[in-house]
Ligand binder design. Structure first.
Ligand code: SF4
Length: 403
């Protein structure tokens, strides 16, 4: 599989926990769209023999701040310069506070066939705490509007382990989400990312982290409740009805390649990871001068690819045993001696893949660490994890003003 990722770096208002690159300068969207289209042309010009894409993903930021005309301009540019499979998945992340029935209908007519709504919670007070711009009712309406516009594939992002969130409150958010019938749900534990207002609040003692036990209980509840409701877990935080896994994310978790456009976007092409400048000003300057807005890139060695594959696949649909041996010459079953024991303990199942069970997902971090340590021992190489630890320094020209 091969994917395209487009980063739209604008939000109406920053949420307090958010570490993604986005700025509250919606007046700059029109100019950005022109620059982005130029970057798409530049990347196509320097990269020959790009495979046909099976997915295109508009992430951000808030892609639903784009007008249909702006979105159409970007899609047309992509189609002129890249081959896209006729049945490709076209996902757009949407904020329930920035859509209308009409805008969703237009997105659909432009070829978007999957919507991912950042809902996070169905409780007014939790949304207000997070500085989300939408209400619970707007999130509910967003799903109805998506259905009316003809979208079969709708995903909801939810968040648990919020400060002061009770188990009952999390359960009712989950129930409301399930009741709306999306074919995909992502459920993330709140992370206190350094540099965000939430992190500062934590440091100043204005909020407290949810205890580890409560966090684990909420996660366990989500796994069990979603399984009962017919959602298969196919990654630590992702659940889908049969056949509704997000193809774009599966591409990423399988170690397949993808091109990324937009400030701060990370791509993986021809065995190299690259990332664009995390600054709209710097990004725009480079592209205007006819240069790729590349902050840096690095070629992955075979060993690094091996570590990344093991790490990502274990957290997702499982490590493909035969392919792992073919690609890296390592028999994963003998390399990680503890696998048989973990299977006995019900943490994973070994078939043609090594796949975590619901219980295994709950201790996924611990298992990943131990699996990587075993591979380090076999190869004699220490892995530098660049997946969970981003490489580039921040260069945001403006960030938060809300504290
Ligand atoms: S809407 Fe999404 S991208 Fe924008 S600040 Fe909130 S979480 Fe971040």
């Amino acid at each position: 599989m091969f994917g395209l990722y487009v980063h739209i770096p604008f939000c109406e208002k920053k949420c307090i926990y958010c570490d993604f690159y986005s700025i509250e300068r919606t007046d700059q969207i029109a100019e950005f769209v022109t620059t982005l289209c130029r970057e798409i042309e530049l990347r196509a010009a320097v990269n020959q023999h790009i495979p046909t894409a099976s997915s295109v993903f508009f992430g951000g930021g808030t892609p639903s701040l784009l007008s249909p005309i702006q979105l159409s301009q970007i899609i047309e540019t992509i189609k002129v310069h890249f081959l896209i499979h006729p049945d490709a998945e076209w996902t757009m992340e949407c904020n329930p506070g920035t859509i209308t029935q009409q805008s969703l209908a237009s997105y659909k007519s432009l070829g978007i066939n999957r919507l991912s709504f950042g809902v996070q919670s169905f409780h007014e007070s939790e949304l207000a705490f997070l500085h989300r711009i939408h209400t619970p009712d707007e999130a509910r309406d967003a799903v109805s509007m998506a259905r009316n516009a003809g979208f079969d594939s709708v995903s909801l992002d939810l968040m648990f382990a919020l400060p002061n969130q009770t188990m009952e409150s999390w359960q009712s958010t989950l129930e409301t989400a399930i009741g709306l019938g999306p074919d995909h749900i992502s459920a993330y534990s709140l992370i206190f990312e350094e540099g965000t207002p939430l992190y500062t609040m934590l440091q100043r003692g204005r909020v407290e982290r949810t205890g580890e036990e409560q966090d684990a209980d909420m996660y366990e509840y989500a796994i069990k409740r979603l399984a009962m409701a017919g959602y298969d877990q196919y990654e630590v935080s992702n659940f889908a009805q049969s056949g509704s896994e997000c193809l774009h994310n599966v591409t990423y978790w399988s170690g397949d390649e993808y091109i990324a456009f937009g400030p701060s976007a990370h791509g993986f092409l021809n065995g190299s990871r690259y990332w664009n400048f995390r600054s709209l000003a710097r990004y725009t300057d480079d592209v205007k001068q006819g240069n790729l807005p590349l902050a840096n890139s690095e070629k992955l060695t075979d060993i690094e690819r091996m570590f990344e594959r093991a790490f990502l696949e274990l957290r997702a649909k499982g490590i493909r045993i035969k392919e792992f041996a073919e690609d890296f010459g390592i028999d994963i079953l003998s390399a990680i001696g503890e696998l048989a024991l973990w299977e006995k303990e019900g943490l994973l199942v070994i078939s043609d893949r090594i796949t975590l069970t619901a219980t295994g997902y709950q201790v996924c971090d611990e298992l990943s660490l131990r699996a990587i340590a075993a591979l380090e021992k076999v190869t004699g190489v220490e892995w530098e994890d660049r997946i969970s630890a981003p490489e580039e320094p921040r260069e945001d020209e403006s960030y938060f003003t809300i504290l």
